[in-house]
Ligand binder design. Structure first.
Ligand SMILES: [Zn+2]
Length: 133
């Protein structure tokens, strides 16, 4: 199953990149705060952020990873636990899992994506033949 994870790959391509996540941890996408909701390059940085499920920190780069043995139910559970830990409504987890899975279905494993507010787009698309990291 393809899932979006944190990565340091392509960090620095934008001068305002940052990566406080753990490499390979699952990420989700939080709504931008009032300060950044119209500016992906805003001072807060959340308009270009992916949020780590485990670290509760953020990164501007995420990667489509093929995680063998991972199920949608497991993914929903991971999201639910992280949302609850962070004080967010855990009932959002199934909907969030579905939209994240829909999103990554567009790209092959290894694709590094960035966020510009509501738009998530590839930075680098690796060939399918590239060996996994
Ligand atoms: Zn913010």
């Amino acid at each position: 199953m393809k899932i979006l994870v944190a990565t340091g790959q392509t960090q620095g391509k934008r001068t305002n990149d940052y990566n406080w996540c753990v490499e390979g941890e699952l990420v989700f996408i939080e709504p931008a705060c009032a300060s950044d909701e119209r500016d992906a390059d805003g001072e807060c940085g959340c308009g270009r952020a992916f949020s780590g499920l485990s670290s509760h920190r953020a990164t501007t780069t995420a990667r489509v990873a093929e995680l063998a043995g991972f199920t949608e139910a497991g993914y929903v559970e991971a999201l639910r636990a992280s949302l609850a830990d962070q004080g967010y409504p855990a009932w959002l987890a199934p909907e969030m899992a579905e939209s994240l899975l829909d999103l990554v279905s567009l790209w092959p494993p290894g694709t590094v994506v960035e966020r510009r507010l509501d738009e998530i787009r590839p930075r680098v698309v690796f060939a399918r033949s590239r060996p996994p990291d």
